[in-house]
Design a protein around this ligand. Sequence first.
Ligand SMILES: [Fe+2]
Ligand SMILES: [Fe+2]
Length: 289
Amino acid sequence: MDFLKHLHQIQELATLPTVALKILKLLEDPNVNVNDIARLIETDVAISVKIIRVANSPIYGLRNEVYSVMQAVSTLGVSRISNIVVGVALFSKFFRTTGKQSEYMMNFWNHSTSVGVVAKTLAAKLKLNFNEREFVAALMHDIGKLAMIEYFPQHYQQTVQIVEQEGIRDTEAEQKILGADHNQAGGVIADMWQLPADLREVITTHSDVTQAKVDPSLVAVVRIADLLCEMWGASIHEGVVQLTIEKEKAWQVLCGVKPELKSLDIEAFTFELEEDFNKAKTFIEGARS
Ligand SMILES: [Fe+2]
Ligand SMILES: [Fe+2]
């Protein structure tokens, strides 16, 4: 089976939800303003409701509750809200809780949102301002796996089994079963959606951060969060059974950009993860229905 070729033929996978596509287009205009973004979001009632709910979730820690899209946009700013919209739209399109894949799907979103929240916390600690890009990049980083779960559930299940049985990493298992890994599958999807280069790069290089060229620190932040989530309770069987974070390429790349990372108390950081996982759950609740 030519897995990557099959992906090209799945109609449902071919486009991102309209509002997300339009937002990504709008962001290319350097003069885009609060009104443009608010008006666009308001054209989609379901997304608007979710945006207000997510904006009020503990992830953003707003002091005063917001009641309208306009308030949400002016409080959180154009870039942050736009990235949240893309994340929520993606989530709405691919969240399913029925059928036999539902358990994998639930794990997938739990993992992706947890990586998002942990990436946000890590970026904040390192004073790296990605304007919420780290959150949406994290939500998308394993999008290739989502396609496996949704459209090739049996193959996906086999990859999970051999990850467990043979103690190999997920990418290796996927190559064995499907002839391509989730980074490559994600690249196909990123091209279909015409995603911006930085998001595409996180999807295609997070398993080997040294390949990143557009924004290596963004990829590294997402990958470190990814590894921590795999290790400490928001796993989707990526085959990370032992982790010496200092030996990971992502850690080394990020230390090159932010030397203060070397003094981060990683043990203390892992103790804070539980709180981030809880925040991730509130995002899922806000974005799913
Ligand atoms: Fe991954
Ligand atoms: Fe992951």
